[in-house]
Design a binder for this molecule. Structure first.
Ligand code: GDP
Length: 531
């Protein structure tokens, strides 16, 4: 296997920046932890704080997390392995915070889709997969929990292709499953890796010819026969491995393993580092920016408040897209036209934060943010180009927000503005009721966090009145909105935080009703690409 030549290639070519997408409980925390162990970023299992460990978090607004035992924060983890610098964009597992995950995917160059072998493709996987498809990034699949009885592997492949509409190419193939799990056969290497839950015990046996009777002595007659049949079927009827299709996100390489037993994880990581793309060129409103360009550029994809409960700080996470970042450098903040010094830049090794002196395209840096940044902001060393705006996704819950104490209006507006800049909540306004705000959330819990943070951080008690809408659609039309036909009882015209026209609907029926009656009208499920 060839590893990137770190000595001659630009530094950014050694970067692999990806996110793991999965449904809660598929094993993301477990897999992340094993990956970090390989990278030496943590020394022992249990160091990655999953939902259970985070119960002991001390930050007060994380009370909600404690009560619910779930994680609402996400982290960037980094380690070096085989000459690569690996940046894992960790994402919250709880579905209420999936919008955060969506934005994180904008900073990733590829995704690892983690699937529980017993459950197959689950709802949250589908949602996140759709975002990866929208971005056109390569997707690698890890089918987890082979140490337990799950669905038939061929059935799982069929499900991936049918439900997600992506072709698949197994890079290895499981032999047995659950109590009969023997290990995996690496198809392209002609090698068998025997299942063991002890990492220091890795047994790899060359099997260049599956028809060799010696294989039967190793696997037993029936598993040997099954393997021969399966591999023949994959060779004849399956998709061949095609790196171009992988790069386009049309074919997913599939790996089987068991994260908890740390089995198949290292061979997955090696293959992934070889096949996953380094940072690529990115579009801006003034042409393409290349990772190897000398000048630094990047964009804010996430803002996290209260990283450190002792100082109510706000950290803006910047994905570097080109050039070299140096500590103390000043950059153009394109939205405001100001030059700013990037203070206290930080990187994240495992659970540790460290001050960063230099970083390259593909890397993520955290910048202390006194309130300057918004999700999607471009920062660049020279010029004034912008990366495309990050999409807003249709919330599924809506509430009218009010503040009973009129003396608190100022703090109220400040809080709402900051929390919407952070992407913690979406804010909509009606044309004739500008003082009134409607909040949109992807999940219910977002409202609770909003109320809690308004009280604790801004000293304002807010009241929320739930509204019956369940869909937001960004409107694209040639006619003025008030000339469109719509059902006034089941829908509402509003504007989003950037003054784009949006309609809220109670039912899908109301959406279709409107589309049928208005020729030339398009209703988008995200704000993507709409300015
Ligand atoms: P997350 O919600 O996706 O982060 O999932 P976790 O990593 O917290 O795992 C969910 C549950 O699945 C935990 O009880 C894990 O111990 C278990 N789990 C994770 N990987 C495996 C695996 O390979 N095999 C088995 N049997 N259980 C696993």
């Amino acid at each position: 296997m060839t590893q990137p030549d770190v000595h001659s290639a630009p530094v950014c070519m050694t970067r692999r920046t990806f996110a793991i997408i999965s449904h809660p409980d598929a094993g993301k925390t477990t897999l992340t932890e094993k990956l970090l162990l390989f990278g030496g970023a943590i020394r022992e299992a249990g160091a990655v704080k999953g939902k259970k460990a985070r119960r002991h978090a001390t930050s007060d607004w994380m009370e909600i997390e404690k009560q619910r035992g779930i994680s609402v924060t996400s982290t960037v983890l980094q380690f070096d392995y085989l000459g690569c610098r690996v940046n894992i964009l960790d994402t919250p597992g709880h579905e209420d915070f999936s919008e955060d995950t969506y934005r994180t995917l904008a900073a990733a160059d590829s995704a690892v889709m983690l699937i529980d072998a017993a459950k197959g493709v689950e709802p949250q996987t589908i949602k996140l997969f759709e975002v990866c498809r929208m971005r056109g990034i390569p997707i690698f699949t890890f089918i987890n929990k082979l140490d337990r009885q799950g669905k038939d592997p061929l059935e799982l492949l069929e499900e991936i292709e049918r439900v997600l509409g992506i072709r698949s190419c197994p890079m290895n193939w499981p032999i047995g499953m659950g109590p009969d799990f023997q290990g995996i056969y690496h198809r392209h290497e002609g090698r068998f890796e025997r299942f063991t839950s002890r990492t220091d015990d890795m047994v790899s046996i060359a099997m260049p010819d599956l028809d060799d009777p010696a294989v039967a002595t190793i696997l037993g007659e029936s598993l040997h026969q099954r393997l021969q049949e399966d591999v023949l079927l994959l060779d004849v009827a399956g998709d061949p491995f095609d790196p171009d299709l992988v790069a386009l996100g049309k074919l997913t390489p599939v790996y089987f393993g068991s994260a908890i037993a740390n089995f198949g994880v290292e061979s997955f990581l090696r293959s992934f580092l070889e096949l996953a793309p380094p940072p690529g060129p990115r579009e801006t409103d003034q042409g393409v920016v290349r990772p190897e360009d000398e000048r630094f550029s990047g964009f804010v994809f996430k803002i996290q408040a209260n990283m450190n409960p002792a100082h109510r700080d706000r950290v803006a996470f910047v994905r570097i897209c080109s050039g070299r970042f140096e500590r103390g450098m000043s950059v153009q903040h394109v939205r405001t036209g100001k030059r700013i010094a990037l203070s206290q830049p930080q990187q994240f090794f495992g659970q540790e934060r460290e001050t960063v002196d230099e970083a390259y395209a593909g890397d993520i840096i955290g910048i202390f943010d006194p309130g300057n940044f918004r999700i999607g902001d471009t920062l660049c060393e020279r010029g004034s180009f912008r990366f495309p705006p990050l999409p807003l996704f249709s919330p599924e819950h809506f509430a009218r927000v009010s503040v009973p104490n009129a003396l608190k209006y100022k703090q109220f507006h400040k809080g709402v503005a900051q929390l919407s800049e952070e992407g913690a909540i979406q804010v909509f306004r009606q044309a004739n009721r500008t003082e009134d705000m409607i909040l949109g959330a992807v999940g219910q819990l977002q409202f609770e966090v909003f109320q809690h943070r308004m009280r604790v951080e801004y000293g304002v008690d807010v009241e929320l009145l739930r509204l019956p809408y369940a869909y937001a659609r960004w409107v694209e039309t040639e006619l003025p909105i008030d000339e469109l036909q719509f059902d006034r009882y089941a829908s509402l015209v509003v504007k989003d935080q950037d003054d784009r026209a949006v309609m809220l609907f109670q039912t899908e029926f109301a959406i279709n009703w409107m589309l049928e009656r208005n020729a030339g009208l398009t209703l988008h499920t995200t704000s993507y690409g709409l300015s």
